[in-house]
Design a protein. Structure first.
Length: 316
């Protein structure tokens, strides 16, 4: 050991290298500590939202607005009571009232949420999971991939939708993006849906809008490539330049069929597969493996398909 010390003392450049190495290690350790603290602070903001930013269901809020077909030329809208009856029928299925009843008594306070960030367009909640987050939309599509709720750069980022989708989720298909984090949170648990038992126990989730509550039924969880799920809705003009030409209807089913046909491994509830009339939401997150994603797809429960859902649940 004494020879090593003598050697270091004798050679000045070795001392300089050791000093620089110590500085780099010190800086890296400090950087990592700051990132961990920032990450925990951002997670704490989301946790506070989930616990405190809820209010009793406002009287004017409708529940799972059904897409009821109207007679040709008729402008009549569905009655609020009919919308509530759809959810009442859903909750009447054995056990669901106990599991999900609280989701209809308290809802996110969008007035308070938008004081934190006015890019919040919806709120996503999957009972018995970590998914309890606002959904945001920014003019720069990937902004919330690298920005937090308070606008700071870093992780965990936010759940978000791109500009190809309407913020009221009236499109036939919508995609919500979120990070897959080793530390957990956001969309880190989507791989659990590949287990049929987990999917069966987490089949339904809630999407809250400022004046509406919607319920979705998960019908697929699968691995997928990096292809954009809404590829049928735009034309690539040149690299990183796209022209979005809109939805024609049935895109949710089209995406479901494309993912199933690719066969990269997944969990498909074929007896509850979407139809061309169903509106769907797809959750998307990256996997550590290059060019691989986990996709979780769900169809909205509406007045048109609630009877089918009840019948198939009773049969099972």
């Amino acid at each position: 050991m004494s020879k090593i010390i003598q050697y270091i003392k004798k050679h000045r450049f070795i001392r300089i290298l050791l000093f620089l190495a110590a500085l780099i290690i010190s800086y890296f350790a400090g950087y990592c500590t700051r990132r961990v603290c920032d990450f925990r602070q951002q997670q704490a903001i989301f946790q506070q939202m989930a616990q405190e930013y809820r209010v009793p269901l406002p009287q004017e809020t409708t529940v799972s607005q059904p897409q009821v077909e109207q007679n040709a030329g008729s402008e009549q809208e569905a009655e609020p009571q009919e919308e509530i009856d759809v959810i009442a029928e859903f909750l009447a299925i054995d056990g669901y009232q106990e599991l999900y009843g609280d989701c209809l008594t308290e809802v996110p306070d969008f007035t308070a949420l938008r004081q934190i960030n006015d890019d919040i367009v919806a709120y996503l909640y999957l009972p018995d999971s970590v998914i309890d987050y606002p959904v945001l939309q920014h003019e720069e599509n990937n902004y919330y991939l690298e920005h937090n709720l308070d606008g700071s750069t870093g992780y965990p980022g936010c759940l978000y939708i791109e500009n190809m989708n309407r913020p009221d989720f009236e499109d036939p298909a919508a995609v919500i993006y979120g990070h897959h984090l080793f530390t957990g949170g956001m969309f880190s648990d989507l791989e659990n849906f590949l287990d049929p038992e987990y999917l069966d126990g987490h089949r339904f989730y809630f999407l809250y809008l400022p004046d509406e509550i919607r319920i979705y039924e998960v019908v697929l969880a699968a691995k997928y490539n990096n292809e954009h799920l809404l590829v049928s809705c735009y034309t690539q003009i040149e690299e990183n330049l796209y022209e979005f030409h809109g939805f024609e209807g049935g895109e949710g089913k089209l995406i479901y069929d494309r993912i199933e046909a690719l066969g990269l491994g997944g969990n498909f509830r074929s007896d509850h597969a979407p139809t061309e009339k169903d509106h769907m939401i797809f959750w998307s997150t990256c996997l550590p493996a290059r060019n691989r994603r986990i996709i979780v797809g769900a169809r909205q429960i509406t007045a048109e398909n609630i009877g089918e859902l009840v019948q198939k649940t009773d049969e099972s």
